[in-house]
Design a protein around this ligand. Structure first.
Ligand code: PMT
Length: 217
């Protein structure tokens, strides 16, 4: 691994889940641990980049030398990313962002004995990655896609829809939560399957691929 692959470049990364409040103590979230995103942040930093990590609620400390911005909801993550995106050279969206948030989140705790089952109304969250990809002179954008089947088809569809040059696909059973993963990188040249490995190893391979695609190595 070449330590200076991304020297001097600004890399913005999202990681972890989001938490969409239903009331002050309840919410909608998912099982992303943050491990993959944190491994990418560490690898980018080790490659010499200046790294900002926008992180949903996870149980880890930020990797050494990485600036972390803590967020909870998809709207918080959107605001934090959009404030940083114009200044970034590379944006890597590893977070498992909730597609929907609760429109009618309650200010006070919902009580069980007050008139039936409370309805939860959902509204769509902004697509952070698609929005960054649409910026004029914006960063080189890398997405992730976690699927339970049809990995290539679904990941490529997401890549085209969000208009991004590179997406890393993983099966949910391989990637969500644990220490290891199996990634397939999809770009204009086709698909590049990486051997199953610890997330730290895959993160370095992803960083190498990004350095290669962005032309300086
Ligand atoms: O955190 P770990 O336990 O280590 O697990 C890692 C992981 C499985 C969560 C990770 O490797 C992964 O696949 N992340 C993406 C999960 C996913 O399926 O995302 P998506 O299909 O909802 O979105 C596709 C891409 O758009 C992702 O890059 C996502 O960050 C981005 N997105 C999605 C929705 C949204 N509103 N804004 C976004 O930026």
């Amino acid at each position: 691994f070449t330590p200076k692959l991304l020297a001097g470049r600004k890399v913005l990364i999202t990681a972890g889940p989001t938490f969409e409040a239903i009331d002050p103590v309840r919410g909608i979230t998912n099982l992303s641990s943050g491990r993959m995103g944190y491994a990418v942040a560490r690898a980018a930093r080790q490659a010499g980049a200046e790294v900002t990590l926008v992180s949903g609620p996870v149980g880890f400390c930020p990797p050494q030398g990485v600036d972390r911005i803590n967020v909870k909801s998809a709207l918080d993550m959107h605001a934090a990313v959009m404030a940083q995106a114009a200044g970034a050279d590379v944006f890597i969206a590893v977070a498992a962002v909730a597609d929907y948030r609760v429109a009618n989140a309650a200010e006070h705790k919902l009580k069980k004995d007050t008139g039936g089952i409370p309805p939860i109304e959902l509204v769509e969250n902004p697509d952070i990655l698609a929005e960054v990809a649409a910026l004029k002179n914006g960063p080189f954008c890398v997405g992730f896609a976690a699927e339970s089947r049809n990995l290539e088809e679904y990941a490529q569809t997401k890549r085209r829809k969000k208009k991004i040059p590179l997406i890393a696909g993983n099966l949910i059973q391989d990637g969500f939560g644990g220490e290891d993963n199996r990634l397939v990188l999809f770009d204009d040249a086709g698909s590049h399957p990486l051997a199953p490995a610890p997330k730290s190893v895959l993160a370095r391979q992803l960083v190498e691929h990004i350095a290669h695609l962005t032309g300086k190595h």
